[in-house]
Write a protein that binds this ligand. Sequence first.
Ligand code: SF4
Length: 94
Amino acid sequence: MSISKIQSAEGFSRRRLIFNIGVLGAGLASVALAPAVARAGPSKLDQRSAAYQPTPKGKARCDNCTQWQAPDACKLVEGKISPAGWCVLYARKP
Ligand code: SF4
């Protein structure tokens, strides 16, 4: 076997080993993080971070926002949300 063929075979093995270590690491990380993600549930922004206010901003109010979930929730912001509220994530319903 020539030196170039041996180097080529070693290079392939090294690449393959590094790839397999990466796949194994990603798998272990996902298994380790799964319980924490499950505990956290779907992530929503807290009201303070969204600059939520229980009053409308002009004509913009939660019950005409695409993220509104009647009777008192939002897809993006956690906690009880007033239909007359508003936050910086407001997006008017079409
Ligand atoms: S304005 Fe903000 S809090 Fe209200 S429904 Fe829209 S995204 Fe949610």
